[in-house]
Design a binder for this molecule. Structure first.
Ligand SMILES: Nc1ncnc2c1ncn2[C@@H]1O[C@H](COP(=O)(O)OP(=O)(O)O)[C@@H](O)[C@H]1O
Ligand SMILES: [Mg+2]
Length: 260
């Protein structure tokens, strides 16, 4: 299926990133190319240390690539606001839950009334009503990560970049957060690019799963996941789900182990 430029949220072409340190140059991304349709949910899997976080940071504009391009053809004037969520929620311990979520709007000098209504809307969206005045140390891991997602969404980014956002959560909380994320994505209709090390999480959430190799990372697989939506737990046992898991597992093993 060919997409017109207005339907493409993100286009990465021949992206090359390397870091220079005292030992010389470390090649991290090797001519990575892919496009993501607007409102699609795409997951990236790959070995640890391979360059997945580097790819997200390059898409967010935090790293200057050595070669290639990151384009937002469907964004206004070819630009798009990206929001990045990390594995650690990185909340400010001295601010309440509410004040952590409102922080980007305060930095942006938005009017008080707007800050208040947008923040309350996000608290409702991530299901944290009643906890507005709680401090980060009183929150569970899952709640803290919801706050991090809300703090990102309050800026209304067009593209949500998630870097192993549930990596520190226990298995059941992680599944619940996956369900929540799909609900939020469905309500807000964002384009999502998410790194995860869980093959089953990637299949459950995504429209497509991209597989990266060890460093320097190359894209070796772009697997469409055609399971219908809404996704349900029962789908985890369907032959299609299991076959996708087998294919991804084979690619990851072939790409050289889980650690680079
Ligand atoms: N700012 C940096 N300077 C130097 N090396 C870096 C920097 N960021 C990442 N790296 C190196 O790049 C490689 C890929 O890192 P990363 O993108 O974090 O991998 P992943 O997220 O897949 O685990 C690693 O070897 C890491 O040490
Ligand atoms: Mg990483």
């Amino acid at each position: 299926m060919t997409l017109s430029p207005s339907e493409i949220a993100l286009q990465v072409s021949d992206l090359e990133v390397s870091f220079v340190d005292s030992d010389g140059s470390l090649e991290v991304l090797d001519k990575i190319s892919f496009s993501i349709a607007r409102n699609a949910f795409v997951c990236i899997v790959g070995p640890s240390g391979g360059g997945k976080s580097t790819l997200l940071r390059a898409v967010a504009g935090l790293i200057q690539p050595k070669g290639g391009k990151v384009l937002f053809p469907g964004g206004s004037e070819g630009k798009a606001l990206t929001g990045l969520v990390f594995q650690k929620p990185n909340l400010l311990p001295w601010r309440t839950l509410r004040d952590n979520i409102s922080l980007p709007l305060e930095i942006d000098h938005r009017p008080d009334a707007e800050i208040s209504s947008l923040t309350q809307e996000m608290i409702h969206l991530v299901g944290l009503e009643g906890f507005e005045k709680a401090y980060p140390h009183d929150l569970s891991g899952g709640m803290a990560q919801r706050v991090a997602i809300a703090r990102c969404l309050v800026q209304d980014p067009e593209i949500l970049l998630l870097d192993e956002p549930f990596g520190q959560l226990d298995a059941l909380t992680r599944e619940r957060m996956g369900d929540e994320l799909l609900r939020i994505w469905n309500e807000r209709r964002k384009t999502v690019l998410m790194v995860t090390h869980s093959i089953s999480e990637a299949i459950f959430l995504a429209d497509r799963v991209l597989v990266l190799t060890c460093r320097p990372a190359r894209l070796i697989m772009d697997l469409p996941i055609t399971l219908p939506r809404p996704r349900t737990d029962a789908m985890r046992y369907l032959p299609e789900f299991i076959e996708a898991a087998r294919l991804l597992h084979e690619q990851l093993k072939g790409s050289n182990l889980p650690v680079c």
